[in-house]
Design a protein around this ligand. Structure first.
Ligand code: GTP
Ligand code: MG
Length: 138
């Protein structure tokens, strides 16, 4: 079994959709083994998205991710990284498959409801940015 890192983004908390998104996650067989609601600081968001800092949408992305509360999560399951990417759907909700979180809930490529790690290695680093070992209970 594997772990991945997830964020329910500010558009999800704003629209009171965290339970609805979690239902899709759990129905897919992923277990929420760590979860916390936080207000991300600008510094945390810039560090988290550092890989995108040269992209034209970086400023907008940091602005959005700090615009309201987010829910950070650790998800556990068989092939959790790949499975969660599948459950999330394409970055652009217009291209997301039926039944995916982004197809069901996301409104635009910027405000696309969820983040999920893109590799097991990144998952480890992202989990470590937001969770202490004792706050993950499998
Ligand atoms: P994450 O799980 O959030 O990392 O999404 P992703 O892996 O599907 O997409 P990617 O890593 O390529 O981009 C990271 C995030 O940047 C996306 O989820 C979007 O929130 C945002 N983003 C990507 N492209 C655009 C864009 O063209 N405009 C804006 N405003 N945001 C974008
Ligand atoms: Mg990404």
């Amino acid at each position: 079994t594997e772990r991945t890192f997830s964020i329910l983004k500010p558009d999800a908390t704003r629209r009171n959709l965290t339970g609805a998104v979690n239902a899709v996650i759990e129905k897919a067989g992923l277990r929420i083994v760590g979860q916390r609601r936080i207000q991300m600081s600008r510094q945390q968001a810039e560090k988290f998205y550092e890989i995108h800092k040269e992209r034209p949408f970086f400023g907008e992305l940091v602005e959005f991710m700090t615009s309201g509360p987010v829910v950070v999560q650790v998800l556990e399951g068989e092939n959790a990284v790949a499975k969660y990417r599948e459950v999330m759907g394409a970055t652009n909700p217009a291209q997301a498959a039926e039944g995916t979180i982004r197809k069901l809930f996301a409104e635009s490529v910027g405000e696309n409801t969820v983040h999920g790690s893109d590799s097991a290695e990144n998952a480890k680093a992202e989990i470590a940015q937001f969770f202490q070992d004792g706050d993950i209970v499998g």
